[in-house]
Design a protein around this ligand. Structure first.
Ligand SMILES: [Zn+2]
Length: 276
């Protein structure tokens, strides 16, 4: 599943193809999944950004309404952009410079065009925490929230303490910080280690171009793609039974909050006593 680094990589790759271009049409046959895309027609793409796992195409105001809009894209499990049409093409986006195809074999991806900043129909986006690589992600605030949080991995996945951390990078960050995924109420030392681990892991993954990106447009490939550079560096994710890179203990997999969770039982022991 694409997480922040994969979405960021996609953004970087499609930005040169879209920035400054005018959208002529967005066509598809699933208006419930790709909402109000007709509002993008005739608008110039003023820029692209990313918020957590959401890709945002910023659209200039049209003469008719004078209002800037955003075309918001969530890649879902398997969504990605390509230059060629294929059997899993769901949306065709044509600009004055060319055409991009949104492929999505499993159809979990979504799009919506909304007036800039009006995210009322998108609770995840509305309640999203700070970007992990931005200055808004403050150690002090993270430590303060972590002191009263429930099980740490589901807390990270909620997107509230920090945005964009999904299953892979939650497992990797917790391993790096030596914290059990089910640990509750982190001590300030634990929370500080986790804060820095999240930043490091996300930074390295973004630099490496995400975990599982295929061709030059950053389409995510679940089954048949080339592994991304970061995938070869996973310490625990998908490494069940293999030796922990730090201590050699076999990596264990458990299910936590319905998510497959990988950790080293030696490096990440569950602390039972309450922090003083
Ligand atoms: Zn270990």
């Amino acid at each position: 599943m694409p997480e922040l680094p994969e979405v960021e990589t996609t953004r970087r790759k499609i930005e040169p193809l879209l920035a400054g271009r005018t959208i002529l049409s967005v066509t598809h046959d699933a208006p419930h999944r790709y909402r109000d895309t007709h509002l993008a027609h005739g608008r110039q793409v003023s820029g692209l950004s990313r918020r957590g796992k959401y890709l945002m195409l910023h659209l200039a105001a049209a003469e008719a309404d004078g209002e800037e809009h955003d075309l918001i894209v969530h890649l879902g499990m398997t969504g990605g952009f390509r230059l060629e049409e294929g059997p899993h093409t769901r949306v065709t986006l044509t600009t004055d410079a060319g055409t991009l195809y949104f492929h999505d074999p499993r159809r979990f991806g979504k799009m919506a065009v909304v007036p800039r900043g009006v995210y009322t129909g998108m609770p995840t986006l509305l309640g999203m925490g700070p970007e992990p690589l931005s200055e808004d992600f403050q150690e002090e605030e993270f430590v303060r929230q972590a002191a009263t949080a429930g099980a740490v991995k589901p807390w990270l996945l909620s997107q509230k303490p920090v945005s964009g951390v999904g299953n892979i990078y939650a497992d990797e960050s917790l391993w790096r910080a030596r914290i059990h995924p089910a640990q509750t109420r982190l001590t300030p030392e634990e929370a500080s280690r986790l804060y820095h681990a999240v930043r490091e892991v996300m930074h390295e993954a973004v630099e490496a171009g995400g975990s599982s990106l295929g061709d030059g447009l950053g389409n995510y490939r679940q089954h048949d793609g080339e592994p991304g550079a970061f995938q070869t560096r996973h310490a625990v994710y998908g490494q069940t039974g293999k030796p922990c890179p730090r201590c050699g203990t076999p990596i264990q997999k458990i299910v936590l909050a319905q998510r497959g969770t990988h950790f080293c039982p030696h490096c990440q022991p569950r602390r039972t006593e309450d922090p003083a």
